[in-house]
Design a protein around this ligand. Structure first.
Ligand code: ADP
Length: 500
């Protein structure tokens, strides 16, 4: 029976293929690590051809493992967002390494746009702040780097796209150049309301519209794969960027539903309903998904250091031997003893947006021990989450009553209880953790016309943490955190201030 869905999850550090059965349970997985290139300080690149080879290999492995391609109904796609690829239409060959979302090489070009007063127009059209993070300035850089790049793009000889578009191009044997609306929403070139490319923004960034993919919905049969790839053509029936796919994976489909993924960094995405909500708290306004005629918009906030703080405690300070040891160590204390760790290792993200800030440990006394520092590190995840939820509330979004969580750090029950306590919210962790791939599978299931594509998974009993801290202790802890953040900002020579 052809009831399986092949989910492709092309992430920053690895590429995975997962086969999901009709009940959306995983039945086979294949994974390949992805090589990171750091040609200069602040530059991060991927080899797009290597990514494509990994997709083919992982998909073939999964297909073989479950008994062949005839068992599959279609493909769902999810990917690292914002990463920019340039390739030649005639040959399908990348013309440069892909510029990865973390890459800051276009900081100066973006600063020039900012200085010329363009941030307001970009933000009101796209919901995004003006930042090198997003694809548009990366596309422009690539067009400048490739000989005759811009002219060839205008002539249709050179194509641009995020990783989803690159994969759809290759999966269809170069027949289809398409991107889903959630990925398009991260370029700085798409009008968030109309979900179409904007000529004025293409002109502002110097990106010819002819080189961009067609924007499609997240759960529709966009195209069929080239039959020779897997032995039979498969419809590509669902596609969304990784954080949006995780939102769908969690089934966070109603306004006020929110998810946060605690990995190396942490990404909060809150569903705000069928109309975009402009942020005045420097969250990003973005698209949650477009399914058929229905769109759900979202507000998004990123924490730069979440699990990476725990890695730092482990690898640089050597306070723990393994990430999971942080839990018992934190629980060996009744409280943090006034110690705060502000994890601004790479600056502070939303809602502070202080690129120059650096990490700080404050409130040490003669009795402070490694356990205090480890506990403060774990607690910093909860405080940063609280800041994001406060920003959401300031933007008029309903405060979530339940926060759905996934990612490596959620294995830590102490951290999750602290999130519940500091955020005054119920925290729910599904037993099945692959929310990003599940989201892609759900979208594909819907795109294939399946019933129940967005239903809760049968037999998945989530872990739930409920707030239990008394209000006085919580408010005192939060006040201490806010003082600590200000101190870290001041220590970096920056002006103190509110969340931007
Ligand atoms: P990513 O997808 O960003 O690579 P993962 O979701 O795989 O991240 O999560 C990995 C992160 O989770 C690492 O930074 C690791 O330190 C952290 N982590 C894993 N287990 C625990 C734990 N029990 N307590 C705290 N942090 C943990």
């Amino acid at each position: 029976m052809n009831d399986l869905i092949l989910a492709i999850d092309q992430g920053t550090t690895s590429t995975r293929a997962i086969a999901f059965d009709a009940g959306l349970r995983p039945v086979a997985v294949s994974q390949i690590e992805l090589r990171q290139h750091f040609p200069r300080s602040g530059w991060v690149e991927h080899d797009a051809a290597e990514i494509w080879r990994a997709v083919v290999k992982t998909c073939r492995e999964v297909i073989d493992r479950v008994g062949g391609v005839t068992r599959f109904a279609g493909i769902g796609l999810t990917n690292q967002r914002e990463t920019a690829v340039i390739w030649e239409a005639a040959t399908g060959k990348p013309l440069h390494r892909a510029i990865v979302w973390q890459d800051r090489r276009t900081a100066e070009a973006v600063a020039r746009l900012k200085a010329a007063g363009h941030e307001e127009e970009v933000q009101s059209a796209t919901g995004l702040i003006l930042d090198p993070y997003f694809s548009a300035s990366k596309y422009a850089w690539l067009l400048d780097a490739v000989p005759d790049g811009r002219a060839r793009a205008e002539a249709g000889e050179v194509k641009l796209g995020t990783i989803d578009a690159w994969l759809i191009w290759n999966l269809t044997g170069g027949r289809v150049h398409a991107t889903d609306a959630t990925n398009a929403a991260r370029t700085s070139l798409m009008d968030l309301k109309t979900q179409a490319w904007r000529d004025d923004l293409c002109a502002l960034f110097g990106v010819p519209r002819q080189a961009l993919p067609e924007i499609v919905g997240c759960a529709e049969a966009v195209a069929e794969t080239e039959p020779s790839l897997f032995g039979r053509a498969l419809p590509i029936a669902g596609s969304a960027g990784d954080q949006q796919a995780a939102l769908v994976g969690h089934g966070a489909l109603n306004p006020g539903d929110a998810k946060i993924t605690y990995g190396t960094g942490a990404f909060l995405v809150a569903n705000v309903g069928p109309e975009p909500v402009a942020s005045t708290s420097r969250l990003l306004a973005t698209l949650g998904y477009r399914i058929g005629q229905d769109s759900a918009y979202a507000l998004e906030g990123s924490i730069f250091s979440a699990g990476s703080t725990i890695q730092w405690l482990r690898d640089e300070l050597g306070l723990i031997g393994a990430s999971r040891e942080s839990e018992a160590l934190a629980e060996s204390l009744p409280d943090c003893g006034g110690v705060y760790l502000v994890p601004g290792f790479t600056g502070l993200g939303a809602p502070w947006w202080r690129a120059e800030a650096r990490a700080a440990i404050l409130g040490l006394s003669r009795g402070s021990t490694p356990a205090h520092i480890v506990r403060a590190g774990l607690e910093s995840l909860a405080y940063q989450t609280r800041d994001l939820l406060d920003a959401l509330a300031a933007d008029g979004s309903p405060r979530p009553t339940r926060l759905r969580v996934d990612g490596g750090v959620t294995a830590n029950a102490f951290a999750m209880q602290t999130v519940a306590d500091m955020c005054e919210v119920e925290v729910e962790r599904p037993a099945f953790q692959e929310m990003t791939a599940l989201g892609a599978a759900r979208l594909a299931a819907y795109g294939l016309g399946r019933e129940g594509a967005f239903e809760p998974l049968q037999g998945d009993t989530p872990a739930v943490w409920t707030p239990r801290m008394d209000a006085k202790a919580r408010d005192a802890a939060l006040a201490g955190w806010r003082r600590a953040v200000q101190a870290a900002i001041l220590a970096a020579g920056d002006e103190p201030g509110d969340a931007a």
